[in-house]
Design a protein around this ligand. Sequence first.
Ligand SMILES: Cc1cc2nc3c(=O)[nH]c(=O)nc-3n(C[C@H](O)[C@H](O)[C@H](O)COP(=O)(O)OP(=O)(O)OC[C@H]3O[C@@H](n4cnc5c(N)ncnc54)[C@H](O)[C@@H]3O)c2cc1C
Ligand code: FES
Length: 278
Amino acid sequence: MFEILEKYYLGPKIQYALVKAPLIARKAEAGQFVILRVNEKGKRFPLTIADFDRDGGTITLVFQEMGKSTHLLGQLSAGDHIMNVLGPQGNPTEVEKFGRVVVVGGGIGVAPVFPLARKLKEHGNEVTAIIGFRSKEHVFWEERMRSAADRLLIATNDGSYGEKGFVTEVLARRLESGPADRIFAISPAVMMKAVADLTRPLGIKTIVSLNSMMVCGMGMCGACRATVDGKTRFTCLDGPDFDGHQVDFDELISRLGTYREEENVSFERWRKEAKHGN
Ligand SMILES: Cc1cc2nc3c(=O)[nH]c(=O)nc-3n(C[C@H](O)[C@H](O)[C@H](O)COP(=O)(O)OP(=O)(O)OC[C@H]3O[C@@H](n4cnc5c(N)ncnc54)[C@H](O)[C@@H]3O)c2cc1C
Ligand code: FES
């Protein structure tokens, strides 16, 4: 059993949870995730390790209430326990001194971007963070991100805070003003596709963290498969990070859309509206 030490809302339907998990905290690295089962009635589902404190023995989770399992987790309070937390799972994000790096986080994707930006900075990179939200009330972790990056740019879809528009528009302007040596994007699949479409013609290597559906989390069921460079890869074992220019996003979005109509609708919107997509 894993005790929840702190829990509160960061925004509409977005919650923060600090969980006691000393063995996971000891090994966790940016880019990895845990697989949770809230209680015996809940299903297993993945959440990214948004932060970890090795000395304090805690991990931080930031999650959006989507369906039954995330809602079940959302109903717990500080002092309650999660039945299973398995991890750290997946491969840590490969970080070295690249030079000028841009990290792009959209919505709930801002949480995993935080430990990544911090690690990139520790490795001597100059880090620009671009984070995007639907509107001002959805903005979270601004100060954390400011502390982790050299420069922070915030975008909201409706312009109620920061720059108006999608993170890709802010990214395009950033790339017009100066080159970048590496880009990382963590956001809904449609946004990662748009980032990859923007950076492909510029030849800037772009790493994305795939949010495929997961069932077993250990390479057995195939639920998380994605086509990368023409080959089938398992997000849980081979990822979650992949070269964004090699990911078949249309297939990924279509598979996610099998379960989530909203993803298809927003993909169509992106196709029509994104200035830099194809
Ligand atoms: C490696 C990885 C890391 C993740 N990290 C986080 C995180 O840090 N915070 C967070 O809030 N979420 C994260 N997710 C997504 C999270 O796992 C899902 O939102 C969760 O499994 C939904 O479970 P549920 O029972 O609440 O909803 P369900 O009832 O299973 O689904 C509710 C709705 O959400 C859709 N959905 C379910 N899973 C996904 C998904 N992976 N991508 C897009 N839509 C989905 C379903 O199609 C459905 O329409 C991550 C996913 C992966 C693969
Ligand atoms: S989730 Fe089952 S193979 Fe990846």
